[in-house]
Design a protein around this ligand. Sequence first.
Ligand code: ATP
Ligand code: MG
Length: 250
Amino acid sequence: MLKATNLELRFGGFRVVDRVSFTIRAAKTYALIGPNGSGKTSLFNAITGVYKPQGGKIFFRGKDITSYAPHRVYREGIVRTFQYPKVFYKMTIIDNLIFAARNQVGDNPVSAVFQRGKVKEQERNLKKKALDVLDKIGLTKYAESYPSELSGGQLKLLELGRALMTDPKLLMLDEPAAGINPILATQLFKILRRIRDEENLTIFLIEHRLEIVREFVDWVYVMRSGKIVLEGSPNEVLYDKNFLEIYTGG
Ligand SMILES: Nc1ncnc2c1ncn2[C@@H]1O[C@H](COP(=O)(O)OP(=O)(O)OP(=O)(O)O)[C@@H](O)[C@H]1O
Ligand SMILES: [Mg+2]
């Protein structure tokens, strides 16, 4: 589904992503782990067009998407969430979800005027979909609330919901459970697991909690100083003789 070869991202003279190659296969779950500052978020940024890589190639479903702007990457079906939730604080929860959906007919002012019936129908469908997503992420009773009324964990769920509204082919999650308490984190991963299994999603996530990595993913990439230095099944990686040294930076 996704393949990167020799990907390189530099800030000044500093290589934060250092000739990284990896493969993501369809309907599998991958984790990217590594110490703070090892380049995990930067790698996500290079893939999703937030920063333009200075070297290497990225192929998505066989298509070269290297240096695509974020909206084009998104249009291809790669949808990401951020380490710090990005939601619209002046919209209700359900409107946050509806707004996230793609290809809205009403977005085009001409069709909004001349295709009222179609726009109305699409609005109904989006609302139905948003209600379905709300149910999946367990936020039904907050449909008409505002994001400021949600806890940090619920905001993370809302961000996940916004991503799901767009029918992602590849879901990239940057620390989906960061900053929320362990009970909510476990709950979030339960929800994520159910959705993943129901919809056969392909997931690439950055995660610090190794017990979650072990239970949740099929394959692990370990980054240190901008490089992928170790990969394998969770058990292969977590019990590798070099793992602790790499993961704790010595
Ligand atoms: N916009 C930027 N300009 C300059 N340096 C940056 C920029 N973004 C990241 N870096 C540097 O790149 C390196 C990798 O940062 P990155 O955020 O990718 O790490 P990370 O693995 O996601 O860390 P964490 O686990 O703390 O989220 C760090 O040294 C960071 O300071
Ligand atoms: Mg990060």
